[in-house]
Design a protein around this ligand. Structure first.
Ligand code: AMP
Ligand code: MG
Length: 428
């Protein structure tokens, strides 16, 4: 144990030996902007030894140093590769924690939020891990995260036991990764890592967007759920990672039963396609594509397992109008976006009950995985989704996703079905 006591929490990085602001000359050489954030975020793995300028260059992310092909334009072209590696690592570790909880969940692991929705030790633990890992792996640049959970309920006296369990879970999970095996987070460290997710997001700068467990109800049933992590840059989704521990690696086109090995990690960077790999360590990603079908008769569609999350009557009418023959495939979480992106089905329909406001963390990662796989994701009117408005998506009609060939007829079927639904509601 003593060997693991060397580190500290996110909030208290301790003696500032680790503070190593980027040398001014090097920064101007590489066109790296001066940091606009507290210098304690310059945290390097080797705390005691100074870092040479050469090492510093090596440590810089490609997104900071990539130049235009001609070499004459000094403005950096973001490639987001370092961010993607950090996001994959964070989501995979969070998935490991969630799997260990789902394997034997206790009644005491589940609490009810103010809106009566369930939250588990795994939701909090997953958020703490992702926040901590991103913070450690991306030691440069301001850090902002828009995430589902906050620590308010955990700070109550009645939550002492649950906080202690979350702290143990997070530390046990971190100890499985060689880069964090010397880390022990305190309870306060866990709370402050969770609270890094309270950003409001918006249209300027970079913001991570996290749903630590998307589909908590599916998680509690032992079904599908996802750790969904995306990056917004100037209001656009530029990177996304979806860890789906229970999604079979093989297509679920004809069955929702678990067949074969499970555990998928989807990822995408804007302009670089969509990829899938096993959640197993050392796996390699393969490129994925949405289905190319142009005939709705061959199409199958995904929707929420929970009828409270999407109007199953409306979606059934849309499918009928389109001529879709197959029954809906109902699964929880953004695993639906992942399955769509690799062509397991052709359409995803989501039409919440009136008054529900969609949150950006429920769609950002899935959105970029599907669009980079060649698909289209829009609201019910066919407009692109706008992630730049803060914590909520600015829409109240619904969301649909499919390939480019099917979108025009899907849009017509959706508009007609919504009109019919409104007409029959006005007759009541
Ligand atoms: P899904 O598993 O696709 O049904 O979506 C799960 C997500 O739905 C959760 O993470 C919630 O954020 C979100 N959600 C919660 N309540 C509702 C609701 N009444 N309508 C639509 N989505 C909801
Ligand atoms: Mg969610």
């Amino acid at each position: 144990m003593a060997a693991r006591l060397g580190l500290t929490t996110v909030s208290s990085l301790g003696p500032r030996k680790a503070l190593l602001p980027l040398p001014v000359r090097l920064r101007s050489l590489l066109s790296v902007p001066a940091p606009r954030y507290p210098s304690h975020r310059h945290f390097y793995t080797s705390l005691s030894s100074p870092i040479s300028p050469l090492q510093l260059v090596k440590n810089l992310s490609q997104s900071q140093v990539a130049m235009s092909a001609s070499g004459s334009d000094p403005s950096p072209i973001p490639t987001y590769e370092k961010e993607l590696a950090a996001a994959k690592k964070a989501a995979s570790l969070a998935a490991r924690l969630c799997q260990s909880v789902q394997a034997e969940i206790f009644q005491s692991d589940v609490q009810s939020k103010a809106d009566k929705s369930p939250v588990t030790v795994a939701d909090y633990g997953s958020q703490a891990i992702v926040s901590f890992v991103l913070d450690m792996e991306l030691s440069s640049g301001p850090f902002s995260m828009v995430a589902e959970e906050d620590s308010e309920d955990l700070r109550k006296d009645s939550s002492k036991e649950i906080l202690s369990r979350i702290t143990d879970l997070v530390n046990d999970t971190l100890s499985t990764d060689p880069s964090f095996c010397n880390v022990i987070l305190s309870e306060e460290g866990i709370l402050s890592a969770i609270d890094k997710g309270t950003s409001e997001g918006g249209s300027s700068g970079r913001h991570w967007v996290l749903d630590p467990i998307d589909g908590t109800k599916g998680f509690l049933r032992g079904d599908q759920y996802a750790i969904a992590l995306a990056l917004l840059d100037e209001g656009k989704v530029v990177l996304g990672v979806l860890a789906c521990p229970n999604l079979p690696l093989a297509s679920i086109q004809h069955t929702t039963q678990n067949v074969g090995e499970s555990g998928c990690l989807f990822s995408a960077i804007v302009g670089n396609g969509a990829w899938m790999q096993s959640l197993d360590e050392g796996s390699s990603p393969t490129k994925i594509q949405v289905t190319s079908t142009a005939d709705p008769v061959d199409a199958s569609f995904f929707e929420s397992f929970e009828a409270a999350h999407s109007l199953h009557d409306l979606t059934s009418n849309i499918a009928k109008k389109l001529g879709v023959k197959a029954p809906p495939v109902r699964i929880d979480s953004q695993a639906k976006y992942g399955a769509l992106a690799r062509g397991d089905g052709a359409i995803y329909l989501r039409f919440p009950h009136k008054g529900y406001r969609e949150k950006i963390w429920d769609h950002a990662a899935g959105y970029i995985v599907v669009t980079e796989a060649g698909g289209v994701v829009t609201d019910a009117a066919g407009n692109d989704l706008d992630f730049s408005k803060g914590r909520y998506l600015d829409l109240d009609t619904g969301i649909m996703a499919t390939n480019k060939k099917l979108m025009p007829s899907l849009l017509v079927a959706v508009q007609e079905s919504i009109k019919e639904q409104q007409q029959s509601a006005s007759l009541l």
